[in-house]
Design a protein around this ligand. Structure first.
Ligand SMILES: *[C@@H]1O[C@H](CO)[C@@H](O)[C@H](O)[C@H]1NC(C)=O
Ligand SMILES: *[C@@H]1O[C@H](CO)[C@@H](O)[C@H](O)[C@H]1NC(C)=O
Ligand SMILES: *[C@@H]1O[C@H](CO)[C@@H](O)[C@H](O)[C@H]1NC(C)=O
Length: 438
């Protein structure tokens, strides 16, 4: 919804001035516009898909960056060289646009740091704007900068009036609900996040059947769950849905990253199945929106680095963490931590965290511990994991599962893992953790 108007304005502005405004896009593999920035600003390479006008101060490589224009492989290569020479001097100014992966860390609004965040799968399904604003203001005040939300809500039959859903999948047909009980609810989450300086990870489908998930596609189109990744009709519907969501928020500064799925698995499949799906879907997303980061949303399974041979390290669920992270349209790694579900000890979690940090450092991309939780003794079990994550090179942030608050309908959902705002667990896992991050 924001896209059309602002693109038109940008386009008109560039016709008039023939120069890109501060923080505007000035290059990238599918970019065809002006590559010259306004006086005092230079075009800086961010990644293959995106270069941005940043303040010229401190940049010594202006001329080279300016000459890198549009689509050829040759210019891409030369800009890559440029960026590595200018990174140190321009880190702060280059990052005042959208959130970026910056070496092994994230830069948000010009600040490169370790980031703490949380999950609220339910916030897009609330119907009272005040509840959304309440959560966002508490997140901002607590310095929980990144929030992961469900960007999907698939059904096979229309629910009762007043129940939010985003997509109806039935008899081989997908109908996206853009109405007041549909994506308008996600619109409000995005606009409230903008107002409260919160950055969102928005994902597009669930492996699990909560809120529909892959099973809802299979019900409508046939096939099997493991066949979901390669079924043409299903992938067409999934991509249409991705496009519908991205077109609404592609120029929003509140988007931290687009995420392919929640916990994709393909049990017993060759790792090439998920690898191919990640490679093609993430490239598709970059073709729609070259400016925001893209991640997978996987649990981090299938890791050779420091493996103890336990189930999560194996490729039994069809994922090879290192192989998938190597895909160049994936900006950072994701991993989760649930010893209760995986049959491991709590202390085992520390090794799981450091192993991912090492793997990510080896690939040269940051990793995000984007979900972790237990159902009791939250502070005693989870605080040590937070300290390990904070102290591990390659781990750029952590996000506990999940955030809780008192909203107009009562307490927000509790799956046993919930950490409620204002409780002593919240002080331990948020206030104290944020203080340690500094
Ligand atoms: C965000 O939190 C900071 C620090 O508590 C506060 O100064 C600021 O007003 C808050 N912004 C919004 C939009 O709530
Ligand atoms: C999620 O993935 C696992 C492993 O492939 C599978 O057993 C399970 O059925 C999936 N969930 C759904 C809802 O299909
Ligand atoms: C996972 O992928 C990496 C990188 O491609 C490879 O070196 C490794 O052998 C793979 N691991 C397994 C268990 O297949």
């Amino acid at each position: 919804m924001y896209t059309m108007q602002s693109l038109a304005i940008l386009f008109l502005a560039s016709l008039v001035s023939a120069q890109v405004a501060p923080y505007g896009q000035c290059g990238g593999s599918s970019y065809t516009g002006t590559t010259t920035c306004e006086a005092g600003w230079v075009c800086q390479y961010q990644n293959e898909w995106y270069s941005q006008c940043v303040a010229a101060t401190g940049t010594t490589t202006t001329t080279t960056s300016l000459t890198t224009s549009t689509t050829t492989k040759v210019s891409t290569t030369s800009t890559k060289t440029t960026s590595s020479t200018s990174t140190t001097s321009t880190t702060a100014s280059s990052s005042t646009g959208f959130p970026i992966a910056n070496g092994l860390e994230f830069t948000i609004d010009g600040e490169t740091n370790y980031y703490a965040g949380t999950n609220s799968y339910w916030i897009g399904f609330l119907t009272d704007n005040d509840d959304v604003d309440l959560v966002m203001s508490h997140l901002n005040e607590s310095d929980l900068r990144i929030l992961r939300v469900w960007g999907f809500n698939d059904v096979n039959t229309v629910p009762s009036s007043g129940t939010v859903y985003f997509q109806l999948l039935t008899d081989g047909t997908a109908t996206i609900n853009t109405g007041a009980d549909g994506l308008e609810r996600l619109d409000y989450v995005v606009s409230s996040a903008e107002a409260h300086n919160i950055k969102l990870i928005i994902n597009f489908v669930n492996n699990w059947s909560d809120y529909g998930g892959m099973a809802a596609y299979v019900t409508a189109y046939g096939g099997t769950q493991t066949g979901w990744y390669t079924n043409d009709d299903i992938q067409t519907a999934y991509r249409n849905y991705i496009q519908a969501v991205i077109s609404r928020y592609s120029d929003s500064p509140a988007v931290f990253a687009w995420e392919l799925a929640n916990e994709p698995r393909c049990q017993g499949c060759d790792t090439s199945v998920i690898y191919d799906w990640v490679a093609s879907t993430s490239a598709y997303i970059k073709s729609l929106d070259a400016n925001h980061m893209v991640c997978i949303g996987d649990e981090g399974f299938g890791l050779d680095t420091d493996s103890d041979g336990s189930y999560p390290y194996t490729i039994g669920e069809g994922l090879n963490f290192t192989m998938n992270l190597g895909i160049d349209t994936i900006d950072f790694g994701t991993f989760h931590l649930y010893p209760d579900s995986w049959g491991t000890t709590y202390a085992w979690g520390d090794g799981w965290i450091t192993a991912h940090g090492a793997a990510c450092a080896a690939v040269g991309k940051p990793c995000l511990l984007e979900e972790y939780g237990v159902t009791s003794n939250h502070c005693a079990v989870e605080a040590p994991w937070q300290q390990t994550a904070l102290g591990t090179t390659g781990v750029a942030g952590d996000m506990f599962w999940q955030y809780g608050d008192s909203i107009s309908t009562g307490e927000s959902p509790d799956d046993g893992n919930t950490i409620y705002y204002g409780t002593s667990d919240f002080t331990c896992l948020v206030t104290d953790h944020i203080a340690a991050i500094g």
